[in-house]
Design a protein around this ligand. Structure first.
Ligand code: URA
Length: 192
């Protein structure tokens, strides 16, 4: 294989593997004490669409993969209904370790973990980010405006279109909200 000429290689841009390596066997916050696996994120490193959830649950912690439990199965169905596969998109979370008992992420945990997500999204440079649920939307958009108000229109995150929508776990408890999520996904599909 012929290497790209030196002046076309951006030596300052890390790869997702570089970011994973930098994260290492993370002990930056107390969540490391009870986690089984770090859930870094997975999918296409050149995805046009990235989904960002809240934090790994029990299934994700066991497998080291994002959105593989009940809520994850619903997210997979949503992705497929959009005419895509999980391999086409990138899926990750605000936190990379499971909060014990699935409690809400704490502000200092978010502050510690967020730089890695920021770097992942900088590398992937998706056309659209879909923020799943309140924590993802609030963390990325630096707002406290309720998800009910945020969803349904595009916002901007670091120059990228960001669509907040309801979390699939919320949809499992409130199936009536699926219609609104599907409206949000249709807006995303038009933009992609
Ligand atoms: N809920 C999330 O927010 N993320 C996951 O990976 C799984 C469930």
């Amino acid at each position: 294989m012929v290497n790209a000429p030196a002046d076309t290689v951006d030596v300052n841009t890390p790869t997702l593997q570089d970011i994973r390596q930098e994260l290492g066997d993370c002990h930056r916050c107390p969540l490391c004490q009870k986690r089984t696996h770090i859930v870094f994120g997975e999918g296409n490193p050149q995805a046009r669409l990235a989904f960002v959830g809240e934090a790994p649950g029990a299934d994700e912690d066991m497998q080291g993969r994002p959105f593989v439990g009940k809520a994850g199965q619903l997210l997979t169905k949503i992705i497929q209904a959009m005419g895509l596969t999980r391999q086409d998109v990138y899926i990750c979370n605000i936190l990379k370790c499971r909060p014990p008992g699935n409690r809400n992420p704490k502000p200092d945990e978010i502050t510690t973990c967020e730089p890695f997500l920021v770097k992942q999204l900088q590398v992937i440079q998706p056309k659209v980010i879909c923020a799943l649920g309140t924590f993802a939307a609030h963390t990325l958009l630096k707002t406290e405006v309720p998800i009910t108000v945020l969803r349904g229109r595009f916002h901007t995150y670091q120059g990228i279109h960001l669509m907040p929508t309801y979390h699939p776990a919320y949809l499992l408890r409130n199936p009536g909200a699926k219609k609104q999520v599907w409206e949000d996904m249709q807006m995303i599909m038009k933009t992609l």
